[in-house]
Design a protein around this ligand. Structure first.
Ligand SMILES: NC(=O)c1ccc[n+]([C@@H]2O[C@H](COP(=O)([O-])OP(=O)(O)OC[C@H]3O[C@@H](n4cnc5c(N)ncnc54)[C@H](OP(=O)(O)O)[C@@H]3O)[C@@H](O)[C@H]2O)c1
Length: 228
């Protein structure tokens, strides 16, 4: 994809990207992705997870008309990442090179907040048709928010609308956010609230995460909604 779609030279990819073949049910492969490629005594600085379900299918149920191969894939994968961090800590690998625990960026979904981020047309989709996947994302978010610094130093939860493959450019994105953990804290910026919209492209979501969460910083603790 990097070569064909973005014309990145093969030499740049091989010198900057480490890929690990594995599976979220295989703790050893998860541990490999969490060790810094630059220093095996440290964890990576940032974990970005876009885990999602496979093989969506309809089933005979009025309550949950649609399901996927593993209805708990996102929650299970997050618990496995935390277990892998525990296993590495037992071997003396506790922190990233900068001395902190990794920042976790997790791609979640819309419809999980008290503040409305869902177009009315999507209510049936999210709360009925996609309920199994929505519940999994909700439990994953709860797991992340309950971590309290045990495995990660903080989180950024991305809450994109329906994902497409028709990018319009990051400058076309509307960006809203809310705090992931609600609390009254003096000096804490007031959340502007989510943006409501129908879609966002995978490319623009990824580019925005890189430009703003990874390079710019300052999104820790926030749930970010991105729509056109
Ligand atoms: N599609 C939407 O409209 C939408 C809307 C809101 C949020 N989201 C979320 O956005 C993210 C990306 O969505 P997408 O539609 O682009 O989904 P996707 O292409 O199906 O991506 C899901 C990812 O999960 C990986 N995965 C699944 N099972 C795995 C396993 N057992 N072990 C390791 N990796 C596994 C897949 O890896 P492989 O490709 O190698 O199998 C793939 O990279 C997901 O978190 C999704 O829940 C999607």
């Amino acid at each position: 994809m990097l070569q064909e779609k973005h014309s990145v030279p093969a030499s740049t990819i091989s010198s900057n990207l480490t890929t690990v073949r594995g599976n979220i049910y295989d703790i050893e492969s998860i541990k490999s992705t969490l060790i810094s490629p630059n220093n095996p005594n440290h964890l990576v600085d940032t974990i970005v997870s876009g885990m999602g379900g496979k093989e969506p299918r309809f089933q005979l149920s009025l309550i949950n008309p649609m399901t996927i191969e593993d209805p708990h894939i996102c929650e299970t994968s997050m618990a496995s990442i935390f277990s892998a961090i525990d296993a590495l800590a037992e071997k003396g690998v506790h922190t990233a090179v900068n001395g902190t625990k990794p920042l976790l960026v997790s791609v979640s979904t819309i419809s999980l907040d008290q503040k409305r981020d869902l177009p009315y047309l999507y209510y049936i989709l999210e709360f009925w048709l996609l309920r199994v996947m929505r519940d999994d994302k909700l439990k994953t978010e709860l797991l992340i928010k309950a971590d309290g610094g045990k495995h990660i130093r903080n989180f950024v939860l991305m809450r994109p609308s329906l994902l497409t493959d028709q990018p319009r450019g990051v400058d076309k994105l509307q960006v809203g956010w809310v705090w992931g953990i609600k609390k009254d804290e003096a000096g804490r910026p007031k959340e502007p609230g989510p943006k409501i919209g129908y879609a966002v492209a995978r490319d623009d979501l990824g580019a925005w995460i890189y430009d703003h969460v990874i390079k710019e910083g300052g999104w820790e603790g926030k749930c970010v909604s991105l729509v056109y």
